[in-house]
Design a protein around this ligand. Structure first.
Ligand SMILES: NC(=O)c1ccc[n+]([C@@H]2O[C@H](COP(=O)([O-])OP(=O)(O)OC[C@H]3O[C@@H](n4cnc5c(N)ncnc54)[C@H](OP(=O)(O)O)[C@@H]3O)[C@@H](O)[C@H]2O)c1
Length: 273
């Protein structure tokens, strides 16, 4: 019997690349997204289902789960991938922007996990994979709010790793470095600085560095992350964390071996702060 994966945020980037890879590997794929009617690349067939799911809408999560289980007999993997990045000094973010960051990146994941757990418990099997970030293990300037949502996801995942193992359910986290996707375009929610000019020079220094074409050309592909996700699904291990990308591995090596204070001073030097 084919295995089945459900993917949130499969309309682009890492989610779409993962849907394509798992489909090519013979899995059943439920590619969920906010606007499936707009999807052009993923073509529905007997193993690929497009389903509407907005992680901010609990009813849509329940409805998506019902549709997937009508089509496929069981779900083996639930991939919490949907997410985006708030960017800027904290006080420039409106209450709505700040809460939305956590609604999508953190509470949306909790709602999906609570929805799928009864199915996994009934099967005494299942795997939850959460897409975190290297920014779930350390923090970059102006990304504090986004990174904190991924730190929260890391802590949640580590706790669930203990709690769900006795029920036969696995939990894994994939931590990509910088990836060439829509993340730095439409998925970047840049705060409005007009009332906070005191940050202008600092903001410009960091933003120019982040957009530096020499840096952007070294970003990894979403296909690489999809392959790491595939490995996490198929290696049969109980391993919790999978770094994805050489930059993520380098950052983590620096943090681990030199300690946070030195790694943070290297980040300051890198951004010329
Ligand atoms: N790219 C990177 O450098 C990088 C690095 C580390 C971690 N990540 C993480 O990787 C994940 C995927 O990002 P990506 O790089 O592939 O960016 P992306 O191409 O912009 O994809 C983001 C996806 O999230 C979806 N999404 C946003 N809000 C949603 C909501 N309320 N409900 C359902 N789906 C929603 C988007 O759907 P719509 O099409 O409907 O907007 C889109 O499919 C995110 O969790 C991100 O934090 C990315």
């Amino acid at each position: 019997m084919n295995k089945t994966i459900v993917i949130t945020g499969a309309s682009s980037g890492i989610g779409k690349a993962t849907a394509q890879l798992f489909h090519a590997k013979g899995w059943n794929v439920a590619a969920t997204m906010r606007n499936p009617q707009a999807e052009k690349d993923l073509k529905p067939d007997d193993r690929l289902l497009l389903v509407r799911l907005d992680v901010q809408d609990q009813a849509s999560i329940a409805e998506a789960l019902r549709s997937v289980l009508q089509r496929f007999p069981r779900i083996d993997v639930w991939l919490n991938n949907a997410g985006y990045g708030a960017y800027g000094p904290l006080e420039a973010g409106s209450d709505e922007e700040i809460r939305r960051q956590y609604d999508v990146n953190f509470f949306g994941v909790i709602d999906c996990i609570k929805a799928i757990l009864p199915h996994f418990k009934a099967n005494k099997a299942g795997l939850i994979i959460n897409i975190s970030s290297i920014g779930g293990l350390l923090t970059l300037p102006l990304f504090g709010l986004y990174n904190s949502s991924k730190w929260a996801l890391e802590g949640l995942s580590e706790g669930l790793w203990y709690d769900l193992q006795p029920l036969g359910i696995g939990v894994k986290v994939v931590e990509p470095g910088a990836i060439k996707t829509d993340f730095s375009g439409r998925s970047l929610d840049a705060f409005d600085l007009s009332n906070f000019p005191e940050y202008n020079a600092y903001y410009a220094t960091i933003s120019n560095r982040i957009r530096d074409p020499k840096m952007v050309k070294n970003f990894s592909s979403p296909d690489m992350v999809a392959r790491v996700i595939y490995k996490a699904c198929t290696d049969g291990s109980k391993r919790l964390r999978y770094l994805a990308g050489s930059d993520a591995k380098q950052f983590w090596t620096l943090r681990r071996w030199l300690g946070a204070p030195i790694q943070m001073s290297l980040v300051k030097r890198y951004f010329k702060l």
